[in-house]
Design a protein around this ligand. Structure first.
Ligand code: ATP
Ligand code: MG
Length: 388
């Protein structure tokens, strides 16, 4: 059933939402018309902001029955150099807190109409994240704090969005990095958030320490260098009071790992991944005052991260293989896998679900994501078509 715009507008109490989000009512109605505020059918029924609108983050969800709002997770600005960027950004803070930046997918967990739901960055209720959130976090926290949202990274091999298995995680774990108010999105100060999480036995991201702003760049440099080849992604540097937005900074190993991944599917992902990461490498090399040998190593690492996976892809295609990525989920209920398949379909993803494999009391389901553009481009180029 298709819904007309006025029918959709009628589903919402525009005045109430306008007051809570501080956006004029006519703009909310306009956003529905332009599909910036999109209706998502299903259980529960909700709307989601596909893009930011004035001070409301993209990925903000509005639930209809019972009514609720969960603000989207704000973008975290990145720095390419540590000094003087940190000193400049955190100028009003005496100290900053440095935490590990985990590489998984962003998940927000909240109580909506008495049920725990797991939301992805885009503001979708994800059936898989919801099952995992119920299992990993449970209800205790929400019984005492029904108006707070747990924001964290879901990481581990059973991650269908960003599979990274180097963390020594068996399946999937939730690492908390923020607690925010549902409707305002206001975050708790870092130490308050950590204490609350510890009280409820909720795992947090790794805490490196609180440092004087003037020396934070030295500390972060040391932390990043100590990651070595371990593929840890980087750090997020935070105002202890969380009044200023945090800043992210990543390691060269993680930049290169991203490029290796993106260039395997070069025509789908390569372009977007390429330029920002080259810039990060160049600024880091200058900030660290590298000698010729270190610089050459960096160039070689970067070049290999781009070309080797792409050459591999072309060779595989030449041998008639289909270029795809296999990810996996582990679920207790097959129903969750079925709903997740529907969810990926709504996201417009080309994914083939394989037969579930029973492991203990769970099911492992492998999912093949097909990268159409890379397949087509490689095939046509190998056939002799001209690159246009
Ligand atoms: P953004 O929209 O913030 O630019 P992105 O989609 O490009 O994000 P990333 O480059 O991975 O994503 O950086 C931001 C993300 O890092 C956050 O959305 C969050 O999921 C993740 N993250 C991991 N660890 C932390 C942490 N300790 N504190 C805050 N965010 C963290
Ligand atoms: Mg990330």
């Amino acid at each position: 059933m298709r819904h007309g715009v006025s029918e959709l507008i009628n589903k919402l109490d525009i005045d109430k939402i306008s007051g809570l989000l501080e956006i004029p009512g006519y703009r909310i109605a306009g956003a529905i018309q332009r599909k910036t505020l999109q209706y998502v059918r299903g259980m529960p029924e909700f709307f989601r902001f596909d893009k930011p609108m004035s001070t409301v983050e993209g990925g903000t969800s509005i639930f209809i029955e019972p009514f609720d709002i969960i603000r989207g997770f704000p973008k975290i600005p990145r720095t390419l150099i540590l000094y003087p960027a940190l000193k400049r950004h955190f100028t009003s803070c005496g100290s900053v807190i440095v935490e590990e930046k985990m590489n998984g997918y962003n998940a927000r967990v909240a109580l909506v109409g008495g049920s725990i739901v797991g939301l992805t960055r885009g503001g979708f209720v994800c059936p898989y994240t919801t099952e995992k959130a119920n299992e990993l976090i449970g209800r205790d926290f929400f019984l005492e704090h029904p108006d707070l949202v747990l924001c964290g990274e879901m990481a581990g091999p059973d991650n269908p969005y960003v599979p990274k298995s180097f963390y020594d995680i068996e399946s999937l774990e939730f690492y908390l990095f923020d607690i925010r108010e549902k409707i305002s999105g206001k975050p708790l100060p870092v130490m308050e958030r950590k204490a609350l999480a510890d009280n409820f036995g909720i795992r947090s991201v790794r805490f490196f320490g609180e440092y004087n702003v003037d020396e934070a760049h030295h500390r972060v440099t040391r932390i990043i260098k100590e990651f070595g080849d371990s593929l840890h992604e980087g750090v997020v540097i935070k105002d202890p009071q969380m009044r200023l937005p945090p800043v992210k900074y990543t390691s060269t190993q993680s930049n290169c790992a991203d490029l290796r991944y993106a260039f395997e599917f070069y025509n789908d992902l390569g372009r977007d991944f390429f330029f920002p990461r080259v810039c990060r490498e160049a600024f880091q090399s200058v900030e660290w005052g590298e000698n010729e040998e270190d610089r050459r190593k960096r160039c070689q690492r970067l070049g290999e991260s781009i070309l080797l996976p792409m050459i591999n892809t072309i060779n595989r295609k030449k041998q008639g293989e289909r270029i795809s990525e296999t990810v996996q989920i582990r679920v207790r209920k097959l129903e969750t896998a079925r709903k997740f398949e529907e969810h990926l379909h709504i996201l417009g993803m080309d994914a083939v679900f394989e037969e579930p494999e029973k492991i203990g009391d769970e099911y492992l389901v492998r999912i093949k994501k097909i990268y159409m553009s890379t397949n087509d481009k490689t095939e046509s180029t190998l056939r002799g078509e001209l690159w246009s």
